[in-house]
Write a protein that binds this ligand. Structure first.
Ligand code: GDP
Length: 297
C-alpha cells in the first residue's frame, strides 16, 4: 500500500503528544522532528519537508494550541490542512477548449504509464461526458506503443489515428488533427514518444508538437514508484515544455508517496489525476484533502 510507512510514522509521532496531559514546546518540536524524518523517508524533497515543518510549527504556536484543550487533535488538524495545502488544496479539473476539440497532449518518460493513461482518461470522458475522443498515436519510436494504443482503442470503441512508424510525428499530429476536425471529435489525445530519460531530441520534438497542436492541456505522466526522480522529472518537463498538469501513476503500488507531496510545491503545477492500477477504470481525480486524510490514516 502506498504511504503505509509514512502513515504509521506520523501516527506514532502523534501518539507521543496525545499521551501527554500538557504539551510543551519541546514536545511539539520532538513530534515535528519525527514527522520531518518520516517525510524525508517518504522521498519528500528536503526543502519542502523543512518548510512544511516550519509552517506547522508557526501555525501551532500562533494559534496557541499548546495552551488550549486537546492540543494533539489540533496539531493533527494543522498537519492535515498543511498537507492538503501542499498538494494544491483543491482538485483541478481538465482544461477545456471553448470550441471543439479540446486537445490534450500527453508527455512522460517511457514506462511511466502514458499510453495506459491516455486510454483511461479518454474512456472516463466517454463514459462521464459522452465525449467522442480521438487518440493520435505519435510515439513512432516504439512500434509496440502504437499497437498498444490500437488495442486499447478497439477494446474501448475509441478511434485511434496512426500512420505507422515511418512518418514524422509532427506530420502525424497535423493529419490526426485534420481527421478530428472532419469527424468533429470533441477531445483529441496525442500520445507522444517517451524516452528513458529527458534528452534534447525528445524535448525538441515535444516542443514542435506543442507548436503544431496548441494543446489546451499538456499532461505529464509520472511514475510514483520512482520516488524523488518523479519530482525531478516533473520539474525537468515543466522547465522545458511548460506542463499544465500531472497524472501520478502506480499509486496502487508500494510507493513511499513523496511525489504526491512534492510535485505541486516544486513545479507549481497541479496533480490532476492518479493512476491506481492497470485496469482502464483505475484512474481517479486527485483530491488533495482526501489524499491528506489517506496519508494521516
Ligand atoms: P508508457 O511507456 O509511458 O506509455 O507506459 P505504459 O502505458 O505502457 O505503461 C507501462 C506499464 O505500467 C504497463 O504495464 C501498465 O499496465 C503499467 N501501469 C500504468 N499505469 C499504472 C498504474 O496506475 N498502476 C499500475 N500498477 N500499473 C500501471
Amino acid at each position: 500500500m502506498a504511504f503505509e510507512n509514512l502513515t504509521s510514522r506520523i501516527q506514532t509521532a502523534m501518539k507521543n503528544l496525545s499521551g501527554k496531559g500538557k504539551v510543551s514546546e519541546g514536545d511539539l518540536d520532538e513530534t515535528l522532528r519525527e514527522i520531518r524524518l518520516a517525510l524525508l523517508e517518504a522521498d519528500v524533497n528536503l526543502k519542502i519537508a523543512r518548510s512544511f515543518i516550519a509552517q506547522v510549527r508557526e501555525k501551532a504556536l500562533g494559534a496557541k494550541v499548546l495552551e488550549g484543550l486537546n492540543p494533539s487533535e489540533q496539531i493533527i488538524k494543522i498537519v492535515n490542512d498543511q498537507l492538503t495545502d501542499m498538494m494544491g488544496a483543491q482538485a483541478v479539473p481538465l482544461n477545456k477548449s471553448p470550441k471543439i476539440p479540446t486537445v490534450i497532449m500527453m508527455a512522460g518518460l517511457q514506462g511511466a504509464g502514458k499510453t495506459t493513461t491516455v486510454a483511461k482518461l479518454a474512456n472516463k470522458l466517454k463514459n462521464d461526458n459522452h465525449a467522442r475522443p480521438l487518440l493520435i498515436a505519435a510515439d513512432v519510436y516504439r512500434p509496440a506503443a502504437i499497437e498498444q494504443l490500437q488495442t486499447l482503442g478497439r477494446q474501448l470503441s475509441i478511434p485511434v489515428f496512426d500512420q505507422g512508424t515511418d512518418v514524422d510525428p509532427r506530420q502525424i499530429v497535423k493529419d490526426g488533427l485534420k481527421q478530428a476536425d472532419q469527424e468533429k471529435n470533441d477531445y483529441v489525445f496525442i500520445d507522444t514518444a517517451g524516452r528513458l530519460q529527458i534528452d534534447e531530441l525528445l524535448m525538441q520534438e515535444l516542443k514542435d508538437i506543442e507548436k503544431i497542436a496548441k494543446p489546451d492541456e499538456i499532461l505529464l505522466t509520472v511514475d510514483a514508484m520512482t520516488g524523488q526522480n518523479a519530482t525531478e522529472t516533473a520539474q525537468g518537463f515543466n522547465d522545458a515544455l511548460g506542463i499544465t498538469g500531472v497524472v501520478l501513476t502506480k499509486l496502487d503500488g508500494d510507493t513511499r508517496g513523496g511525489a504526491a507531496l512534492s510535485i505541486r510545491e516544486v513545479t507549481g503545477k497541479p496533480i490532476k489525476f492518479v493512476g491506481e492500477g492497470e485496469k482502464v477504470t483505475d484512474l481517479d481525480v486527485f483530491y488533495p484533502d482526501r489524499m491528506a486524510s489517506r496519508i494521516l490514516g
